[in-house]
Design a protein around this ligand. Structure first.
Ligand SMILES: *Cc1c(COP(=O)(O)O)cnc(C)c1O
Length: 413
């Protein structure tokens, strides 16, 4: 046992102080083992052994740091947590089994019965269900407000409000929230300000620098970037993350070592992927704006976008998701989607492969007609998560959609 421990000397991570997010994405969080492997190792083990009964007792008692059991201590998962925490500029990250588990764990750790949450109306559909159906069962009430309407936010806050929750930019209409203003509102009321940073990733936006307390990620999207694994992560100050970690240790919505390893590999290419997504999306948005069959394009990179200036201030790029309204209704939107031949028809986003979806009947299909109206989810709305294929080929494929609208009879050949 002693021999094994000596051989397994951990080499400290390289000095990354002050380095850019591009470098942190490749280097942060890795702790080499005595094997001196270059790539990140993977530790698919449920438990760990001790040198003695006394050491086991010290580990369990929290008197000695070290691995115990992979529900709450796994070196591959910790490497992923270290890397994303460094990229977001947060003190600590806690990895979870999915993006929804990240949101659930944050709520369970930081809220109690009688507390109140204010949440933006356009959040991810399942987030909506989590607050409205499940958190409500445990006495946590949620009010939903328009993402960009600061007066509505201020009016919704009550003495018992303990959390403000947003996504920015929003899905699918790409509205951009003023994070500094919402942070002030939260802090004046002793509430935490939580930002789901799934759409931008730390490469394009670091909400902690704009006053956010906690960042949520669905790692399933851009962090993986290649559609392989489901996972999530929460980032923030140690004081709050210790609570989230405590919930995870007790309740178990843990990230697996294999998934953590895939996400570590994903993060290495995240900066160059995000730039490719942004470049393609800007060009497609401008091209879509010129199409006669398009009524309106929603993308914060367009001059016409109402929060274009705010997006430029908060983000270093406008992201890979855009949406647009076609002239017509559901039939036109479906014909357009069905006429594409390369782009994947799927509601997933953040993949290197471009995806297309009809929000009103998929991602936002569970909303009532009134809620759809309030959120701007009309029947003629189409969302694209722009991938990294050649943009000319994306235009060629989308042109098939426009062709089908001009010529409905051969739209589906
Ligand atoms: C997908 C998504 C989630 C949920 O993440 P899962 O990994 O699917 O659980 C949360 N927020 C946003 C913005 C998402 O796109």
């Amino acid at each position: 046992m002693t021999f094994r421990r000596e051989q397994n000397v951990w080499i400290p991570e390289s000095d990354l102080e002050g380095m850019s997010v591009d470098t942190l994405a490749v280097r942060a969080g890795q702790v080499r083992t005595g094997e001196l492997e270059h790539s990140d190792p993977i530790f698919p083990t449920s438990s760990f052994v001790y040198g003695s009964a006394a050491q086991a007792a010290a580990r369990f008692g929290g008197d000695e740091p070290g691995n115990i059991y992979s529900r709450f201590t796994n070196p591959t998962v910790q490497a992923f947590e270290g890397r994303i925490a460094a990229m977001e500029g947060g003190e600590r990250a806690v990895a979870t089994s999915s993006g929804m588990a990240a949101i659930l764990s944050t709520c369970m750790a930081l809220l109690k019965s009688g507390d109140h949450v204010v949440c933006s109306r356009g959040v991810f559909g399942t987030t909506n269900v989590l607050f409205q159906k499940y958190m409500a069962k445990f006495g946590v009430e949620t009010s939903f407000v328009g993402l960009t309407d600061l007066e509505e936010w201020a009016a919704a806050v009550r003495p018992e409000t303990r959390m403000l929750f947003i996504e920015t930019p929003s899905n699918p209409l790409c509205e951009v929230a003023d994070m500094a203003a919402l942070a002030s509102l939260a802090h004046a009321n002793d509430a935490v300000f939580v930002v789901d940073n799934c759409f931008c990733t730390p490469v394009l936006q670091r909400p902690l620098e704009h006053g956010a307390d906690i960042i949520i990620h669905s790692a399933t999207k851009y962090l993986d970037g290649q559609g392989r694994c489901v996972g999530g992560v929460v980032v923030g100050p140690s004081k709050l993350m210790d609570e989230v970690y405590g919930f995870l240790r007790s309740a178990g919505p843990t990230m697996s070592p294999f998934n953590a390893w895939v996400f570590l590999k994903g993060l290495e290419t995240l900066p160059i992927r995000m730039r490719a997504h942004c470049d393609n999306a800007v060009e497609l948005a401008l091209w879509l704006e010129q199409q006669p069959a398009v009524e309106e394009v929603f993308y914060a990179g367009l001059q016409s976008h109402p929060q274009h200036e705010l997006a430029k201030k908060q983000q270093s790029g406008f992201g890979g998701v855009l949406s647009f309204r076609l002239k017509g209704g559901r039939q036109e939107a479906w014909s357009f989607i069905d006429a594409t031949r390369m782009i994947s028809i799927t509601a997933n986003l953040g993949d290197v492969k471009t995806t297309i979806t009809h929000p009103a009947t998929t991602t936002h299909g569970r909303l009532s007609p009134e809620d759809k109206d309030a959120a701007g989810i009309t029947e003629n709305l189409v969302r694209i998560s722009v991938g990294i294929e050649a943009v000319e080929d994306l235009k060629t494929d989308l042109a098939r959609g426009f062709q089908a609208l001009q010529n409905p009879s051969n739209g589906n050949v």
